[in-house]
Ligand binder design. Structure first.
Ligand code: GAL
Length: 984
């Protein structure tokens, strides 16, 4: 059954609870996953809906994945994103998990759910909620308090997933219960069992897995033969891997390492076979399709996209397929944005990842290559089950290797041709001799640069028999009485395709130069050609259904989109194809005026709702008489010409600031991994319910001759910082370095105090800590409990008693802490800046009394200053764009200025710019957060020490993506100022 048909069936059934006798739709054997009994190769990529806070755009990503040849999407679900407070959960608006699962089903994608409790994912706390850091029990163990917290989450998320399983109203086919749990003690074993049992009790019936951090064989299922002290309770063994190297310091791609053999051709022994778990199919739950980037880098995302782009994809993903990896998911398919306080200390706002769909939702060139691989995998179901076939002979070159596999049921062959070693970049010409199902054949081939080829032989394609081809198969369709097959090769390379017939067929070359010869003894029709543009050959008779053979170069192949029995080419993207009667309704995107050609059993074509006049071509297709329209020019307002309102925003520093409503800090229980010296107060922000973003402290002390130096131990995450004021004056600022592999997340700042501190009477120390995320708990060491905010503060004189001067502290973070004021924007949107607490970030805040200025006249200010403006956008209807905010010169990853800035767009915290750390200077704002057809409010919170040169640089709106087409987007509903701050 086709995926669409299966999903249709699934939608029709949709029982809420599984009858006990239900036949499972998703099963597996040692080689493959089976859906409704049919071996199905799972070709997936990862998407984090929480990294795109505009739910209508989730469909855009899913459609782009589907159009790029994937049949599955893998999603992480971030516990902390849904829970600001113990017992409080939200699944509405941008947190509507049901909605993304429904969309995936509607778009014809299977789903792999990965719902934590722990996900890592370069998220603050690895996805744990803020409040969890106050639990004394060790996380990711069977500690009862931790398990109770986990159950609170699973009680809510598991039933949602259960409702969206294949056959029950959705398309979820696999479910992950934990992520990279590398500690395999009995306590972890009991924890894993708990997670498994809970999922089953909550109605999740699809096969479950854990994602091993590398092919270590941790949590290999109980049912396997592998002897482990603590086996996994789940059915499937899965692992992740990020081979392929990283960009050099010069930000240029490197050769990386050869592709690992993580299956059939890998190390044998007890963990041999296609998996580290011989009884389950080869399953890579995450395979690096890019890499994340870190504070202070040179801006590696474009290079990451190339490092794991063209060539890498064919070599590495191809090696996995040849190794019998039957379930493979690319991390990330779309990276998105770690907006607000989502980022872990290791990453900055952009989570572009160098993935096939960039952060601004453009399809990178590598997406076109993925489309070819994906279409191929879907066109040849035989590839879902592979075993080794006898080795082939290669002559003429030592620089290539061929993995020869066969399907044990159909004997169809895969010949994966790769450089040897697979990271080599040279050219090779060679001949392959192989015993294939239809006989012994020798054929010449070439490989140039870093490249690989997935060739098939001895396989039935629709109603045709392919003996072999030195071109790669891209896809096939059944076009009524005729079959269409599309092959491709590198431009200028020669190729041959051999098809089997009972008698000589009639061959008509419709377009291009293709020579044919028929060998009556074997029944082989041999077509020879050079790949160049798109050749078209019609083959009729010979005892088979007629065939239209399309032979393209790579670029021609990449222009094709495919759905069930339809092929289209021309536009930048075809999203959906729906046939109603004789009419084909296409939706999609054009970047420029584009041609359109379609193969399908239809007479009329519509494009984005408009009729397209067509003519019939000799090769059975319909061709648009006029190009599809291009997008119109997009004019953006000039923010430097705009009027801005300005306010100073660190009043907390002043002696007379009213902190009566603030929380007294000191005595809360402290379970953090770093504690103050014995007897000193607990100042950790989390202990007082402030888990994300900035936190302010005010400490009163009596002036003393001891108060000469302030030594401050604080926690602030990657590129975090501290500002210390005494009686309203800045004493100093301290910043933590970003950088890999582990950013510095805590620091000790030492400041000489001004003489006033020694003067008798009361003094006020005020400290602002910029908290850039909590550590992840990757190593099961409770690292997420590393404290944030102040850890300890000592005022002393050199050589004196460290804590001679007692300080009475008060603390204030986000307004009302864990009690969310702004539920729609959620727990990761706001920290505790004064302007945030006062609603200065929000649309409709009455800033009319603030002084106005042009941004070019902005002066450096000590502490945090706020700039607000409004602007209107009018993106033409029927066009899709991503508009971003650019700060300063995008060519320089760091600026001479030393300041940082939070960017609030219509109240949403869309990221942090740190001028002196970098590298991000362009912040894409998704449509829906930005109002593309209406008014927008921009509020920038600029923090600096006020030194000359530290003023805000010029800001500019820039178009990062623009097409005619797109999906319909409604502005994301969220409160305005008057909703959260009603006038009495
Ligand atoms: C994996 C992990 C993911 C993510 C990735 C790197 O090991 O499972 O959550 O952190 O590494 O981007």
């Amino acid at each position: 059954m086709s995926l669409a048909a299966a999903l249709l069936l699934a939608g029709a059934a949709a029982p809420q609870v599984a009858p006990p006798t239900e036949v499972p739709r998703v099963t597996f054997d040692s080689r493959s996953l089976r859906i409704d009994g049919n071996p199905t190769l799972i070709w997936s990529s990862e998407f984090h809906p929480f990294r795109l806070p505009s739910p209508d755009l989730w469909r855009d990503i899913l459609q782009k994945m589907k159009a790029s040849g994937f049949n599955t999407v893998a999603i992480y679900i971030d516990w902390g994103f849904h829970s600001p407070k113990k017992g409080v959960y939200d699944f509405t608006g941008i947190r509507d998990v049901e909605r993304v699962l429904t969309m995936a089903q509607e778009e014809g994608l299977y789903v792999i759910t990965r719902a934590g409790p722990y996900v890592n994912a370069e998220l603050s706390r690895g996805g744990f909620p803020g409040w969890l850091v106050n639990q004394p029990g060790k996380a990711r163990t069977d500690d009862p308090e931790y398990l109770a917290a986990v159950d609170e989450w699973l009680d809510r998320i598991n039933p949602i997933i259960a409702r969206h399983q294949l056959g029950r109203g959705g398309s979820v086919i696999l479910h992950q219960i934990e992520n990279e749990l590398a500690l395999t003690t009995p306590a972890q074993g009991r924890y894993m069992q708990h997670l498994y049992d809970k999922a089953r009790a909550d109605g999740i019936t699809v096969p479950m897995f854990h994602n091993d951090q590398g092919r270590n064989g941790y949590w290999v299922p109980k049912s396997s033969d592998v002897l482990l002290t603590v086996p996994g309770p789940q059915e499937l063994y899965a692992f992740d891997g990020y081979p392929g190297g990283v960009c050099g310091v010069d930000n240029k791609p490197t050769r990386g390492a050869p592709a690992p053999d993580w299956g059939l051709y890998g190390p044998g022994g007890a963990r041999g076979g296609a998996s580290a778990s011989p009884k389950t199919p080869g399953f890579i739950a995450e395979f690096g399709g890019g890499w994340f980037d870190y504070w202070g880098s040179n801006g590696m995302y474009p290079c990451n996209a190339i490092q794991r782009g063209s060539g890498y994809q064919r070599v590495f993903y191809g090696t996995n397929i040849a190794n019998g990896i039957a379930i493979q998911s690319i991390y990330m398919g779309y990276g998105g944005t770690s907006w607000g306080w989502l980022p872990a200390p290791v990453v900055y706002t952009s989570y572009d990842y160098g993935s096939a769909i960039d952060e601004a939702r453009n399809l990178r060139p590598k997406a076109l290559e993925l489309k070819q691989i994906g279409q191929f995998l879907q066109a040849v179901p035989d590839l879902a089950r592979l075993e080794k076939a006898p080795p082939v002979t290669i002559t003429g070159s030592d620089a290539v290797q061929v993995y020869h596999d066969r399907n044990p049921d159909t004997d169809a062959r895969l010949l994966f041709v790769a450089p040897k070693p697979s990271n080599a970049t040279g050219d090779a010409r060679f001949t392959i001799t192989a015993d294939l199902p239809d006989g012994r054949y020798s054929f010449a081939n070439e490989l140039h640069g870093r490249d690989a080829k997935l060739l098939v032989a001895g396989v039935n394609l629709e109603r045709q028999r392919l003996v072999y081809s030195t071109s790669e198969l891209q896809t096939t369709i059944r076009h009524g009485a005729e079959d269409v097959a599309l092959f491709y090769g590198r431009a200028g390379e020669s190729g041959e395709t051999v098809l089997r017939y009972t008698s000589a067929p009639k061959v008509t070359v419709v377009e291009g130069e293709v020579v044919n010869a028929f060998d009556a003894a074997k029944g082989d029709l041999r077509l020879t050609y050079t790949h160049n543009g798109l050749a078209r050959v019609r083959i009729e008779g010979g005892g088979r259904a007629p065939l239209l053979l399309l032979i393209g170069d790579v670029a021609a192949g990449q222009s094709f989109f495919r759905q069930e029995a339809l092929l289209e080419r021309g536009p930048a993207l075809v999203r959906r194809a729906t046939v109603r009667g004789n009419t084909l309704d296409l939706t999609g995107d054009t970047e420029t005026a584009a041609p359109l050609e379609v193969w399908g059993r239809v007479r009329a074509v519509r494009w984005n709702g408009q009729a397209v006049p067509v003519t019939h071509s000799v090769s059975g297709s319909l061709i648009a008489r006029r190009p599809l329209p291009a997008p119109q020019a997009l004019a953006l307002p000039d923010l430097m010409a705009a009027t801005w309102r300005y306010a100073e925003g660190s009043p907390e520093a002043r002696t007379n600031f009213d902190d009566a409503s603030w929380t007294v800090a000191g005595t809360a229980r402290n379970v953090a991994t770093i504690r103050p010296p014995t007897g000193q107060p607990n100042l950790g922000a989390d202990s007082y319910g402030f888990h994300d973003g900035d936190v302010w402290y005010r400490g009163r002390f009596t002036g003393s001759p001891q108060a000469q130096t302030a030594t401050i131990h604080y926690g602030a995450g990657g590129a975090g910082m501290l500002q210390l004021f005494l009686d309203g004056q800045l004493v100093g600022q301290h910043e933590l370095a970003g950088g890999l592999p582990r950013p510095i997340t805590t620091g000790v700042a030492e400041f000489a105090l001004p003489r006033e501190a020694q003067a008798p009477g009361e003094h006020v120390l005020a400290a602002m800590v910029r908290v850039n995320g909590h550590n992840w708990d990757l190593d099961v060491d409770d690292a997420h409990k590393e404290p944030r905010g102040l850890i300890s503060v000592s005022l002393a004189r050199p050589g004196g008693d460290s804590f001679a001067v007692p300080i009475a502290w008060k603390i204030q973070g986000r307004a009302s802490g864990e009690e969310l004021k702004d539920v729609a924007r959620g727990p990761s949107n706001n920290g505790g800046l004064y302007g945030e607490r006062m609603g200065w970030t929000l649309p409709g805040f009455p800033d009319g009394a603030w002084p106005s200025l042009k941004l070019a006249d902005a002066k450096p200010y000590t502490g945090t200053s706020w700039y607000r403006t409004v602007f209107d956008l009018s993106v033409p209807k029927g066009e899709d764009a991503t508009i971003g905010l650019q700060i300063g010169d995008p060519k320089t990853p760091r600026s001479p200025g030393r300041y940082r800035m939070l960017i609030f767009v219509n109240g949403w915290n869309m990221g942090q710019f740190v001028a002196n750390v970098g590298p991000q200077r362009v912040f894409p704002i998704p449509d829906g957060i930005l109002h593309h057809r209406g008014r927008n409010t921009l509020a920038l919170a600029v923090t600096s020490d006020g030194a000359p040169g530290n003023a805000i640089e010029p800001v500019k709106l820039v178009t990062l993506h623009h097409v005619r087409g797109g999906v319909a987007v409604t502005d994301v509903a969220a409160p305005a100022y008057r909703d959260l701050y009603p006038t009495p």
